[in-house]
Design a protein around this ligand. Structure first.
Ligand code: GRG
Length: 322
């Protein structure tokens, strides 16, 4: 993983000052940096073990190349944190956490293809198709997508079958035309159009980016058999951080360097894409993202200590630098 870039994001997140004495006390007892690096190491180890290279080697190598290329591992970490808040264990959630990263990675591989966003770099490395060719990159994405569902079904332990079914259904819903794919189609359709309004932009991003982030949080809770009330709180938390995440992504495309992002910076402006900063400006976009994060955190305020990881992760989303 691109450790330096991740470290910079963490340092930045620590600069965020909690508002109010009470929150200061709560956050003082929670070390986000330590939490993230511990969880990240656990996720890396599980992902490393998840795919073995066998015959035909090329496809397994292509899958591993992108899956193990680093990244913040936010989706798996959100899933683990949500499962634990809901009374479950890390062991119950790890296969789903890995599956979320497999799906996220496949969406990045396909997004980088010449037919889509056409990028040469991702996570600080050459994109999958630049190394393995377009044909293998498409197949590596396809293989990761199917394997994600197999991985949940085969490796989940200690989770009732009914709960696993709910997880699989939620995840599939977040990926298909009702989720990432639908959002991506609309994004492609509106490329180069200047009359995109904020409702359309929200629709695109709540599907293209938000759906998988929401599924990460909700699946963690489903695995643990969370109550309906908790599920709804977590869903609202996730929807708010999902949109905030994309707003900050748009801002970073303008303010961060290619080195910091690990992919080509300034692509939105170059493609004359309508983004949150192009509609509102950078400062207003940051403010909107912060408001969404505050709304997300308010959903979990009643849980005190057990919600500290998810609350700190919400802050990290606006403070990140990549
Ligand atoms: C999912 C079936 C299926 C097909 C893919 C190409 C495509 C359809 C969708 C594009 C989805 C996409 C790339 C959305 C952008 C999401 C986003 C903001 C990614 C960046 O996430 P980070 O910052 O990345 O968490 P790291 O590298 O840290 O994991």
């Amino acid at each position: 993983m691109n450790t330096q870039v991740f470290e910079r994001s963490l340092q930045n997140s620590e600069l965020v000052q909690p508002q109010g004495f009470e929150r200061e006390i709560k956050q003082a007892t929670f070390n986000l940096k330590a939490y993230l690096s511990q969880r990240q190491a656990q996720v890396e180890a599980a992902l490393e073990e998840s795919i073995t290279v066998v015959y035909p080697e090329k496809i397994y190598e292509a899958m591993r190349y992108s899956l193990l290329a680093g990244g913040k591992r936010l989706r798996p970490i959100l899933c683990l944190a949500s499962c634990e808040l809901s009374g479950g264990t890390q062991q119950m959630a790890m296969p789903t956490a890995c599956a979320l990263e497999m799906i996220h990675t496949m969406s990045l591989i396909h997004d980088d293809l010449p037919a889509m966003d056409n990028d040469d770099y991702r996570r600080g490395k050459l994109t999958n198709h630049k190394v393995y060719g377009e044909d293998i990159a498409i197949l590596a994405g396809d293989a990761l997508l199917a394997y994600a569902f197999e991985f949940i079904a085969v490796h989940s332990k200690g989770v009732p079958a009914q709960q696993l079914l709910q997880v699989v259904a939620k995840l599939a819903h977040a990926v298909t035309a009702t989720g990432i794919v639908g959002g991506q189609v609309l994004d492609l359709e509106h490329e180069g159009q200047q009359n995109v309004d904020v409702e359309t932009l929200n629709f695109i991003h709540t599907h293209k980016t938000g759906a998988l982030l929401e599924a990460s949080v909700v699946c963690g809770a489903l695995l643990a058999g969370a109550s309906e009330d908790l599920l709804q709180r977590l869903e609202r938390y996730a929807r708010n951080i999902g949109l905030a995440f994309q707003i900050i992504d748009d801002v970073l495309d303008i303010t961060a360097t290619t080195e910091e992002l690990g992919k080509t910076a300034g692509k939105d402006q170059k493609a004359q894409k309508v983004t949150y900063p192009s509609l509102w400006g950078i400062e207003e976009s940051r403010l909107e993202a912060k408001k969404l994060v505050e709304k997300a955190k308010a959903e979990l305020a009643c849980f005190e200590k057990s919600a500290q990881p998810l609350i700190a992760l919400a802050d990290f989303i606006t403070a990140r630098t990549n």
